[in-house]
Design a protein around this ligand. Structure first.
Ligand SMILES: Cc1cc2nc3c(=O)[nH]c(=O)nc-3n(C[C@H](O)[C@H](O)[C@H](O)COP(=O)(O)OP(=O)(O)OC[C@H]3O[C@@H](n4cnc5c(N)ncnc54)[C@H](O)[C@@H]3O)c2cc1C
Length: 529
């Protein structure tokens, strides 16, 4: 900790500090004509030393290379810290990304894209690759409404500075070239959505994004093979590496070596080989769910708070069939949002045929018939923020259990949001509106909207999904009520920090990447001290 931090980036920051001392010790042990007892000891020591010699020391070990981990890695490395990032997923070459959903889902998504809650009613999508969920996200850059979020967090024991977070947003926006999404890249479904909103006097607008010179192929959720999306894989990770940070991918089974109130070493397995590194600080950035899993597997429960207060921003897709072809696959799908009130988030969407087919209700022949009309569809996603009432836990076999159900309140909000977006599509001339329901539901007239109350009563009446899991290791000043304090230090630990979407005390009601990165940006100032 007392190391003087240099302010410039250094090409090779990892000096294996144990090496010199142990090498000289080993050479003494290897002197000639030793008695058999010493030879046996020598063999044992050689084995031990071989292991220790390879043990590197870092100023900071970061677990997870997504939105939070990458920003943290860069911010620490640029200030001269020796940084190691450990990532569970594989480092992919963007040029190897193909426009094939079945090929890309297992490569880039956690559990191949089918991570679900215990009751299987909710699919929670996350990335598992170097760059985390930013590699598969839609590159929409949305600041959270801090005037709404921070007062709520304050009542929940987490008083954060609005100006610091705003400064972080501004810095990140300049680094990632955040700009308004060009209208010419949006798909035609966006026109439908904006036209319908305008007809109803609903404020709707194109969003900001972190892409540069995008060609609008629309395959953002399967990795950008053209490097136009400023994901962490092509920005903060290489920037951190240029400042000397190291990254190891495909690590499994991370175990903390604990001494007193500090994590002194980190063990991990890679391709069957166990490795150990020592560290002055450890920063957990494994994402919502992942960070809770990691702490629980290491026996860190924080008085039962780890895994508590999990929540999502999630909901359903609503598809509209138009009279004329829309060719929604041609261009970017997630482009615009409509402001229909504080209790839901409504954004345009579209996806390639495989993912699209899952969001389209109906079965067998009906489903096939609908899919044949693929190029006539426009789509929007409606999302609501659940209260922080879910839990992440490990079952008796050590498997992760995600326990969160949409309650009556969430479903009522979703019904109203589905109704709002259906009205938008009808106002734009839709011939039918198809919410993503388990049963076959087709609205052919605004008068049908009254039926939604009957059709949407239980969570499994809808095909629910979320790309924005949050909470599970929430921030709270009181160690009895939360996992991290307002400096992102895990309560009661000297050198263990945690920052990612899991620290959000309650829902931010916005796409999460900007706020995750902004919190990591802020947290790095505490971690570096
Ligand atoms: C399909 C999709 C589309 C999205 N679109 C948008 C969008 O347009 N705009 C937006 O703002 N947000 C979007 N998001 C959400 C946004 O990407 C996430 O909120 C954000 O990336 C979360 O950051 P994080 O650091 O908390 O987690 P992640 O970015 O998910 O990173 C966590 C990393 O930790 C790794 N990890 C987990 N466990 C371990 C372990 N035990 N050991 C080592 N590594 C581990 C994971 O593999 C992963 O790489 C989208 C998400 C998805 C899935």
């Amino acid at each position: 900790m007392s190391r003087v931090l240099s302010s410039c980036c250094r090409p090779s920051p990892t000096t294996p500090i144990l090496t010199c001392r142990l090498r000289s010790d080993t050479s003494v042990l290897m002197s000639a004509s030793a008695p058999p007892e010493l030879i046996r000891r020598r063999r044992f020591m050689r084995f031990r030393f071989a292991k220790e010699i390879s043990m590197k020391h870092y100023d900071a070990v970061i677990v997870g290379s997504g939105a939070a981990g990458s920003v943290m890695a860069f911010r620490l490395a640029e200030r001269g810290l020796r940084v190691l990032v450990l990532e569970k997923g594989k480092r992919e070459d963007p040029q190897s990304f193909v426009h094939n959903e079945m090929a890309m889902l297992p490569r880039l998504y956690k559990e191949g894209g089918v991570q679900t809650s215990v009751d299987h009613d909710l699919v929670i999508m996350q990335g598992c690759t170097v760059g985390g969920s930013t590699v598969i996200n839609n590159a929409i850059w949305l600041r959270a409404d801090l005037t709404r979020v921070l007062p709520d967090w304050k009542t929940r024991g987490a008083d954060l500075s609005e100006s610091r977070i705003n400064q972080a947003y501004t810095d990140l926006e300049s680094k990632l070239h955040v700009s308004p999404l060009p209208a010419g890249l949006a798909n035609k479904g966006t026109d439908v959505f904006l036209r319908g909103s305008q007809a109803l006097d609903i404020s709707a607008h194109l969003l900001n994004n972190n892409r540069s010179e995008c060609i609008g192929c629309g395959w953002c959720n399967y990795g950008c093979r053209y490097n136009r999306k400023a994901s962490m894989l092509v920005t903060f990770i290489p920037w951190a590496e240029s400042c000397g940070a190291e990254l190891i991918d495909q690590v499994q089974d991370i175990r903390f070596g604990i001494q007193g109130d500090a994590v002194k070493s980190v063990d991990y397995t890679r391709h069957g080989h166990k490795e150990t590194v020592t560290a002055d600080r450890v920063v957990v950035c494994a994402g919502a769910i992942g960070s809770s899993e990691l702490l629980l597997r290491n026996g860190i429960t924080q008085r039962g708070n780890v895994g508590k207060h999990f929540h999502v921003l999630g909901g359903v897709m609503v598809t509209a069939e138009m009279q004329q072809p829309v060719n929604g696959y041609d261009g970017i799908g997630l482009t615009a949002m409509a402001e229909v009130g504080p209790e839901s988030v409504i954004e345009t969407f579209f996806s390639p045929p495989g993912a699209f087919s899952i969001t389209l209700g109906g079965w067998f022949a009906t489903h096939l018939e609908r899919m044949r009309r693929y190029n006539y569809f426009a789509q929007a996603g409606v999302m609501v923020g659940t209260d922080p009432r879910g839990t992440i836990s490990l079952d008796r076999k050590g498997r992760t259990k995600i326990d969160l159900s949409f309650n009556k309140n969430d479903l009522a909000r979703l019904r109203r949001a589905v109704e709002a977006v259906a009205k938008i599509f009808f106002a734009a001339g839709a011939v039918s509106v198809l919410p993503a329901t388990y049963r076959f539901v087709e609205l052919t007239h605004p008068g049908d909207l009254a039926l939604l109350d009957e059709w949407i009563r239980h969570p499994d009446d809808l095909l629910l999904g979320s790309a924005h899991p949050q909470g599970g290791n929430v921030m709270h000043e009181d160690p009895k009520k939360g996992v991290v304090d307002t400096t992102f230090r895990v309560h009661g630990w000297d050198n263990l920090y945690l920052v990612d979407a899991s620290v959000f005390p309650s829902n931010i009601w916005a796409n999460c990447q900007a706020t995750v990165m902004a919190l990591s940006h802020t947290a790095s100032d505490y971690v570096v001290q």
